[in-house]
Design a protein around this ligand. Structure first.
Ligand SMILES: C[S@@+](CC[C@H](N)C(=O)[O-])C[C@H]1O[C@@H](n2cnc3c(N)ncnc32)[C@H](O)[C@@H]1O
Length: 522
C-alpha cells in the first residue's frame, strides 16, 4: 500500500494521457455560456496542477505555439520523463516542474485556465485547500478553473468494493504494485464467483466494478484504489470549499444533460430550484446517483448569466462523434417525421425524435471527424431536410446537443484531415507516444487506443511518405518482426511477397481508421 503520493507515483508512474474535457476550448465554451469573455485558446496561459508526465498539456502546447503551459507535479520521476519528451519534440512553450503544490509560488502573471484532473479526491484536506487557494490566487479575472473529483452519492456504490480490495492487498504478501493490482483483480473475481444470487445487488455491483477496471491499466487501478487518501464528497460540500476561496460555479466540463432525460414530473420539481443552482445541481446528483464531477469555477466577482442564451454559438464550430445505431431509422420520410432514431454518443445511446435534431446529427456524422461552422451546418441541414433552418434555430439545437453530449462546440479549430492525402501525416507527439503506450492523442485532444497494425503504421506518417512508400515500410516491419503477422500455417510470416500482399490489404483500412479517429493532420 502506498504511504505518500510522491513515493507512490515515483514508484509506479501514472500513464499520463490527454482528456478532451479539460481542453481550454471546452472550458471557453462553458465560460461563453455564462457570459464570460474567456481567453482565446490560441493565446492563453494554462496551469495544470498534478500534471504527471505532461500527457495532457503536451498536445495542447504542440498545437497552440503562442499559448503558454505550466505543469507542476511532486513526482520527480514523472516530471523528468515529461521534460525529456518535451525536449525531443522541441516544445518551447511548456514548462513542467517537479514541485509540491504546497511549495509552488505561481508567479505574478495570472493563468486563464487552471486544470486539476484526477487529483483532488486523492490528496489530504490541506492539499485540497491548497488547490483551491492556488486557483483563487492565480486565476485571471475571466479565467476558468477545472477540478475533477469523486462525488457522493454515486461513489458509495464503489466504496465498499474498494475497501475490500484494500483490506485484501494490505494482508497479502505481494509488495510490488503490479502484483498488488493482480491480487485485487483476483479478489474481485473470487467475490463474483462467491455470490449465490448472481442477480442480487452485491453481485451486480461487483460485476460493475470488474467491468470498469478491466479496461483500466494497472497504474490507474493502483492509484485509484490504494492511495492513502481517497476522499469523495458531495457537490454542495465541494462548492462550500470553493466559495470559501472566492470561487463560484460556472458549470461542468463533461456533458451532464442537466434535467434532460429525467421524467417530466421530476424535471418540473427540480426546475423550481432554478434560482438556487447549487441546490438544484445537488438534487440532480441525488436523482442521477452521480459518482464523479468535473466542475468549472471562476472568480466570485464575475456576474454570470443564469438563463440560456445561444447567441454566442453563431460564431463557433460544431463537431460530433455520435453515430446513428440503425441508419434505416433516418432514411426518407422517417427523417422528416417525429419518429425515434437511436444515436450512439459519448454518454451511451440517445433516442432522438425531433426531425431537425436528427438531421443536424446526421450531417455532423457525415462530416466526421471534422467540424462545420454554424452557417454551414444550417445550410447542410436545411438541404437534407428540404426545409430552411436559420442560424438561430441551429445555434439553439447545437447548444442543447453540446450540453447533452450529442455534439461538441468549439471556439478554435485544430487542423484535422478530412481525407487521406498523398503524403498522410500525423502529429509528432502521436507518432512518438503510440510506440510506448499504444495510445495516441488525436487532434480533438482525445486519447485513442490504437490497434496493433496502426501502432506500427502511425510512426511512419511524418508527411514524407506516399502510400507506396508506406507499403514498403510496413512490409519491412513485418519482415523484421516489428509487426508480428502470422502466415497461413500459423507461424510468423517471413515471406516478402506474402507480407506485401497482406500489408497491401490492410493499409487502406488502417489509414481510414486513423483518419476516422482524427489522428491525421490536414
Ligand atoms: C492520479 S494522478 C493524475 C495525473 C493527471 N492529472 C491525470 O489525470 O492523468 C495524481 C497526480 O497528482 C500528483 N500529486 C499528488 N499530490 C501532490 C502534491 N501535493 N503536489 C504536487 N503533485 C501532487 C501526483 O504525483 C500524481 O502525478
Amino acid at each position: 500500500m502506498s504511504t505518500n503520493a510522491k513515493e507512490s507515483y515515483d514508484l509506479f508512474p501514472y500513464l499520463s494521457h490527454c482528456y478532451s474535457e479539460t481542453h481550454p476550448d471546452n472550458l471557453a465554451v462553458a465560460a461563453l455560456q455564462r457570459g464570460l469573455s474567456p481567453a482565446s485558446v490560441a493565446k492563453c496561459r494554462v496551469l495544470e496542477l498534478g500534471c504527471a508526465s505532461g500527457g495532457n498539456l503536451m498536445p495542447m502546447a504542440a498545437m497552440w505555439p503562442e499559448s503558454q503551459f505550466v505543469g507542476i507535479d511532486r513526482s520527480t520521476r514523472q516530471v523528468e520523463e515529461g521534460q525529456r519528451l518535451c525536449s525531443t519534440l522541441g516544445l518551447r512553450n511548456i514548462e513542467l516542474r517537479a514541485i509540491d503544490f504546497m511549495d509552488f509560488d505561481g508567479g505574478s502573471e495570472p493563468f486563464d485556465y487552471i486544470l486539476c484532473h484526477g487529483v483532488f479526491s486523492w490528496v489530504p484536506v490541506p492539499v485540497q485547500q491548497r488547490v483551491l487557494q492556488l486557483c483563487q490566487r492565480h486565476l485571471a479575472a475571466q479565467g476558468i478553473a477545472y477540478i475533477s473529483y469523486n462525488t457522493y452519492p454515486g461513489f458509495y456504490r464503489r466504496q465498499p468494493i474498494m475497501e475490500m480490495m484494500r483490506y485484501h492487498v494490505a494482508g497479502a504478501e505481494a509488495t510490488d504494485p503490479t502484483a498488488q493490482v493482480r491480487e485485487a483483480r483476483a479478489l474481485l473475481q473470487f467475490l463474483i464467483k462467491g455470490q449465490s444470487d448472481s442477480e442480487g445487488t452485491t453481485a451486480r455491483l461487483l460485476r460493475e466494478e470488474a467491468q470498469l477496471i478491466e479496461r483500466l491499466p494497472d497504474s490507474y487501478v493502483f492509484h485509484e484504489h490504494f492511495e492513502a487518501d481517497n476522499q469523495p464528497c458531495y457537490f454542495h460540500q465541494f462548492m462550500k470549499q470553493a466559495d470559501e476561496h472566492g470561487l463560484q460555479y460556472v458549470g461542468e466540463a463533461a456533458a451532464r444533460g442537466g434535467l434532460a432525460g429525467l421524467p417530466e414530473g421530476t424535471q418540473q420539481i427540480l426546475a423550481q430550484l432554478a434560482s438556487e443552482p447549487i441546490k438544484q445541481e445537488q438534487y440532480i446528483d441525488f436523482v442521477r446517483n452521480t459518482a464523479m464531477r468535473s466542475t468549472l469555477l471562476c472568480r466570485k466577482e464575475n456576474a454570470l448569466l443564469t438563463g440560456q442564451t445561444s447567441a454566442f454559438v453563431k460564431s463557433l464550430w460544431v463537431s460530433s462523434t455520435s453515430r446513428p445505431s440503425t441508419p434505416s431509422e433516418l432514411q426518407g420520410e422517417k427523417l422528416r417525421k417525429q419518429s425515434p432514431a437511436t444515436f450512439q454518443t459519448i454518454r451511451g445511446s440517445a433516442v432522438i425524435e425531433h426531425p431537425h435534431v436528427k438531421a443536424m446529427l446526421l450531417v455532423l456524422h457525415q462530416y466526421q471527424p471534422t467540424s462545420l461552422t454554424i452557417p454551414d451546418l444550417a445550410a447542410a441541414t436545411s438541404a437534407l431536410l428540404g426545409e430552411i433552418l436559420d442560424v438561430e434555430t441551429i445555434s439553439g439545437m447545437a447548444l442543447y446537443s453540446h450540453n447533452t453530449g450529442l455534439c461538441r462546440l468549439h471556439t478554435a479549430l485544430p487542423p484535422i484531415a478530412r481525407s487521406i492525402s498523398e503524403f498522410p501525416s500525423a502529429s509528432p507527439l502521436a507518432r512518438i507516444t503510440v510506440a510506448s503506450t499504444g495510445v495516441a492523442p488525436n487532434q480533438w485532444h482525445e486519447s485513442v487506443r490504437i490497434p496493433p497494425f496502426e501502432q506500427t503504421l502511425l510512426p511512419f506518417l511524418d508527411g514524407t511518405r506516399t502510400q507506396e512508400a508506406l507499403l514498403d515500410a510496413m512490409q519491412q516491419a513485418v519482415l523484421d518482426g516489428t509487426l508480428v503477422v502470422n502466415g497461413p500455417d500459423g507461424s510468423q510470416l517471413r515471406n516478402a511477397l506474402l507480407a506485401r500482399k497482406i500489408v497491401a490489404q490492410h493499409l487502406p483500412k488502417a489509414l481510414q481508421t486513423l483518419l476516422d479517429s482524427a489522428l491525421l493532420v490536414s
